[in-house]
Design a protein around this ligand. Sequence first.
Ligand code: IPE
Ligand code: IPE
Ligand code: MG
Length: 251
Amino acid sequence: MTLDKLIDKENIPKHVAIIMDGNGRWAKKKGNNRLFGHKNGVTAVKETTEAAATIGIKHLTLYAFSTENWNRPKMEVDGLMSLLVSAIENESKTLMKNQVRLTTIGDTSQLPNNVQTKLQELINKTSDNKGLNLNLALNYSGKWDILNAVKNITKAVKNDTLDTEQINYDTISEYLSTKNMPDPDLLIRTSGEYRLSNFLLWELAYAEFIFTDTLWPDFRKENLYQAILDFQKRERRFGQISEQIINPNKK
Ligand code: IPE
Ligand code: IPE
Ligand code: MG
């Protein structure tokens, strides 16, 4: 029996976010170069996307390239960008077949032109798909997104389309690049690192966190199913006490 059969279909997280980490270490362990790790990471992306669609997750956000990743050696950055283009070209058919809708968050205007063109083509092509929303964080960081939101909120106040007194938590969410999706219920980070690395700082306020030692290129469907099962064992209290969760009428 595969693990997905054990998952409670009534308690599927609506939005799962993943920090895909450990490609470089995976390659090093195999005596290969870092790009080899990134190439094998694509298999994990495919498996995870398929598994997420199978169990009915609505949004899957994958951290693919952070604003800080530009600081890596040029050869690695160039390699990651070409890998992105080839992955888009190769996966187009499967995304359409599985009704996956592709979106991105982050400042994609700074990506190489050919990457931008390919991405836009696939975003347009998949825009009417009704299944899983696969959301790639590209040239993304949480601080960048919040900064951008502050700038745009300030502009709206200045030109009188927004009243300062009316700004609330929802306003801020609406000015972030994740505005069309619910906050993640679950964050997964692979490779045994325990940090956020500037990912979804506002949106993860009440997410459950799962850290696994598995390196990203080894991540498979069963790893996602296991993470969902672990998530389903957690009690999400949102500031309340356990007895109130069990009996909502308790004062
Ligand atoms: C994650 O793997 C992929 C990206 C950041 C693009 P890494 O490349 O960070 O792998 P490690 O952490 O060096 O092993
Ligand atoms: C975070 O991984 C970014 C992505 C997964 C795209 P990193 O490997 O870049 O994170 P740090 O720098 O080790 O924190
Ligand atoms: Mg890393």
